[in-house]
Design a protein around this ligand. Sequence first.
Ligand code: AGP
Length: 616
Amino acid sequence: MCGIVGYVGGQCALDVVLAGLRRLEYRGYDSAGVAVLADGGLAAARKAGKLANLEKELADRPIPSGPTGIGHTRWATHGGPTDANAHPHLDNAGRVAVVHNGIIENFAELREELAGRGHRLTSETDTEVVAHLLAESFSSCGDLAEAMRQVCRRLEGAFTLVAVHADDPDVVVGARRNSPLVVGVGDGENFLASDVAAFIAHTREAIELGQDQVVELRREGVVVTGFDGAPADDVRRYHVDWDASAAEKGGYDYFMLKEIAEQPKAVADTLLGRIDAGGALLLDEVRIPAAELREVDKVVIVACGTAYHAGLIAKYAIEHWTRIPCETELASEFRYRDPILDHRTLVIAISQSGETMDTLMALRHAREQGARVLAICNTNGSTIPRESDAVLYTHAGPEVAVASTKAFLTQLVACYLVALYLGQVRGTKWGDEVRSVVHDLARIAREVEEVLETMEPVRELARSLADQNTVLFLGRHVGYPVALEGALKLKELAYMHAEGFAAGELKHGPIALIEKDVPVVVVVPSPRGRSVLHDKIVSNIQEIRARGARTIVIAERGDEAVRPYADHLVEIPVTPVLLQPLVATVPLQVFACELATARGNEVDQPRNLAKSVTVE
Ligand code: AGP
């Protein structure tokens, strides 16, 4: 969850590192810091709070710069967001600097050991032990990469580490276990970062690092080994297929607004190249042989947060189209309930970042049990796809705002494609049926566009509710996960109590929450689907209205049955029943974003949150 940047080359390292940190600040913003090598020494600056605080510190107290440097933006795990806990951390002699993303689980015993050898540790962090251990190892071996390998062999937990040493000013060394780190390969310069966004202004050639690897970065080249020192034989170089401008705001006030507006293109891009001229599916990137998919007798979806809500919707499609039992599980709970898995279980791990530790650990558990794992991911080269048997990438482009929007819609598209593919491969969906759904999916981009063009009343409504303390969300069938997602958006953006319920649960308790003027958003299923469902939710709307609720109804165009009971009616395009979440979610995203803005909140970087949760 932290942002890490390393640089060695002909430019001013301080400038390159700070520019990279600006692109990574969404990964964590409790503190920031830099260390650069110059004039035979090491200079460092670090400051609690946002990157702007560090930049002010550097303006007030400039540090010298040279060709080599590292930097860090922090999301606090061990130790509060203070100057003393900000990275980089140095050894007592001030010759080594290290930045870290992850958690070192055995740091307490290492800390005790170091103190016993006279080291003076000055922070509450787990990271600081690495600086002292590196200093010790370097003093005996004289090589920073070897020192890093020796230290990494002693660490337990998840870590990305990047370090420099004043005695070797031409090298930056990195290491990774269970946490992201990519190399940017330049011309006479090289980069290390937690995310390619930090260096794509300079190069779009990247190398993904594997598990338990150390990388030695010099101007003239990059050397990758295992923690044991053996040369790495799985170094994969790739070209980053989006440019620096894609990572910018493109004229919008917030990344989230840009990403909401990009959803039609993201949906269309995720379908690209996956449908042949005849309308059949082409998912050969799902590198699990058709024969094995025909053996699958259970699907388990593991994910967190918004990705979990996508998985809840996928469950309806998978069971309806393939007749395979499907469970959707919170990744953080999954492996602790001792799930029943074997080689006939297909586990689908959904993750935008591809680095969510809860989801990564869940898929590892699944693979240990013999299950096959298919990742649905938006980040090329990230850990979750690398550790899965197959991956279906969403093509949403970089999603920078912490609150996930376009990634969610493209996760849904990917889930529908997987469900259809399973049906196609197993013969539970005939070709014409697959083509019909694919045709419907191909229209969704335009339908999302239509929704986006009619959002001004939703924004006005959101602003009028800025002083509310709570908003409830109701839905049935695939509208229930949409209600959960709408509530999550409001929680994480407006810092407001918001809760999603299955509408049928209302009378089993939650209806006690209804009182005069409580805003309740109701996601209404299509009357063309299970009409009984539609009738029941109309009854639910009447029940809450009778108790004073202010009803905000999301319903398909032409659904006149709900109009008399809607204080606010938000009409969405008519879509097939299972695809409705693709259009019903968008008003809820806009609603939450606008209400948060009206409250003066930091929309792209909500408090306490980070874009990628790389700790359990
Ligand atoms: C969504 O708005 C949240 N930022 C969060 O719930 C997120 O969906 C969750 O942490 C999973 O992240 P991932 O998709 O990168 O695995």
